[in-house]
Design a protein around this ligand. Structure first.
Ligand code: GDP
Ligand code: IMO
Ligand code: MG
Length: 428
């Protein structure tokens, strides 16, 4: 079995798109297994930048087949827009390049309406979601009232399920949020139009993956979001509604655990988070602003300013344990260049003790004070480095410290947004 998974080791936006694109050059199949268009994955090739939300970041590799698995929630309108955007950019998207699971759930207009109304009603206690309808769609899936891709291809079933849902959602929207009534026939017409475009991509993707793995093809699973946004292992309730961790692959793509031999955690050289929720090493004020501007830390999907802070190794080690990471890909080392001193969090002071694990309770987490180690900085030369040896000595020490603390080898170092600015330390 030749499967590898790329996951986010922090709160998302670690550079998974860049690393997936890089690894896709040596992959036959690239698979998204969870999340939806809440994700925003950036890939830079030569002087062109691509922003992907639903379609795997392997799409720029002509030889890789892209798969959207059953664990992904799909907004058909967003999917069609993304296909059109790629086609306009000269990237062809056809059924030889992309297949979509017939079991994947559909994001419906009422999911987006409820996402935004529910957030609004929470006031200052909102989660800070992307507003893409992700949570309400997964809620319906688990409540067993969702509508799936296979239903979209059966107009009568689709209409039946849509009508039943609209009756319930109208009641919720009216009673809880005093929102506007939904128009069922308008939704039906729109979705039937989407079906015409999408139908050709839809199939049982578990068969495609089974055959690929059986034939010894290289399959790369591309996680969205990050470990600390996982519904179970993240900073609940400030999380997304799926499993970005490596374990999400099996249920989200319909493959067995033996399909995965490597789990690669993508980790920024510092930490960022977009949306609400705890962030122990957050830097508020000038330094945080400096990192945000230098690293251009603005959301790929929503454009929101990302909160920035020092590298938190407690988090990365926690993720390494939960996802069984075999490798790390460290990104944005160049963003930290030019700083005299850097801080790295190596534990939390909690009730007079230093702990190196991540607490479940947000109340406990709020009482944790990061314990820092100070490290020497490096200059701008890192962005030009072509090998580990060419990196500034202090940058090497920084990377070594990450390896030592997390007990995970660093196999890739990214020193700029471009595909070319990638250093392979160990072959994966
Ligand atoms: P993803 O969601 O994990 O795919 O990450 P995003 O694409 O949302 O955010 C990462 C941002 O950092 C994008 O703008 C990338 O182009 C950029 N990026 C990725 N790796 C590097 C790097 O090593 N250095 C710099 N300066 N930018 C990077
Ligand atoms: P990528 O794949 C960063 C965050 C939102 C919010 C929480 C819940 O680009 O790394 P949701 O819309 O999923 O219900 O929002 O999760 N979030 C992300 N943060 N990167 C992402 O994706 C994210 N997807 C969701 O900001 O805090
Ligand atoms: Mg992103």
């Amino acid at each position: 079995m030749k499967g590898s998974v790329v996951i986010g080791a922090q709160w998302g936006d670690e550079g998974k798109g860049k690393i997936t694109d890089f690894l896709a050059a040596k992959s036959d199949v690239v698979v998204r297994y969870q999340g939806g268009n809440n994700a925003g994955h950036t890939v830079e090739v030569e002087d062109k930048q691509y922003k992907l939300h639903l379609i795997p970041s392997g799409i720029l590799n002509d030889n890789a087949l892209c798969v959207i698995g059953d664990g992904v929630v799909i907004d058909p309108e967003a999917l069609i827009n993304e296909i059109m955007y790629l086609e306009k950019e000269g990237v062809s998207v056809n059924p030889d390049k992309l297949v979509i699971s017939d079991r994947a759930h559909l994001i419906m207009p009422y999911h987006k309406v409820i996402d935004s109304l529910s957030e609004k009603s929470k006031g200052k206690d909102d989660i800070g979601t992307t507003g893409k309808g992700i949570g309400p769609c997964y809620a319906d899936k688990h409540e067993r009232s969702g509508i799936r891709m296979c239903d979209l291809l059966h107009p009568d079933t689709f209409n039946e399920k849509l009508t039943a849902n609209v009756i319930v959602k109208d009641k919720i929207i009216n009673a809880l949020y005093e929102g506007e009534e939904l128009n069922s026939s308008e939704i039906y017409d729109k979705y039937m139009e989407y079906a015409e475009t999408i139908e050709k991509f839809v199939c049982d993707t578990t068969v495609v993956l089974y055959e690929a793995l059986k034939a010894g093809k290289k399959v790369l699973f591309e996680g969205a979001q990050g470990t600390l946004l996982d519904i179970d292992y993240g900073t609940y309730p400030f999380v997304t509604s799926s499993h970005p961790i490596s374990g999400g692959v099996c249920v989200g793509a319909g493959v067995g655990p033996t399909a995965i031999s490597n789990a690669i955690g993508v980790c920024k050289a510092y930490t960022t988070r977009v949306g609400k929720g705890p962030f122990p090493t957050e830097l508020e004020g000038e330094l945080g602003d400096y990192i945000r501007e230098k690293g251009f830390e603005y959301g790929t999907t929503t454009g929101r300013a990302r909160r920035c802070g020092w590298l938190d190794l407690v988090i990365v080690k926690y993720g390494a344990r939960i996802s069984g990471l075999t490798d790390l890909a460290i990104t944005k080392l160049d963003t930290l260049s030019g700083m005299d001193k850097l801080m790295v969090c190596i534990g939390y002071e909690f009730d007079g003790k230093v702990i190196d694990y991540f607490p479940a309770s947000l109340e406990d987490l709020a009482r944790c004070k990061p314990v820092y180690e100070t490290m020497d900085g490096w200059d701008d030369s890192v962005q030009y480095a072509k090998s580990f040896d060419e990196l500034h000595e202090n940058a090497k020490k920084y990377l070594k410290r990450i390896e030592e603390y997390t007990e995970t080898r660093i196999s890739i170092v990214s020193v700029g947004p471009n595909r070319e600015q990638t250093i392979v330390v160990n072959n994966i």
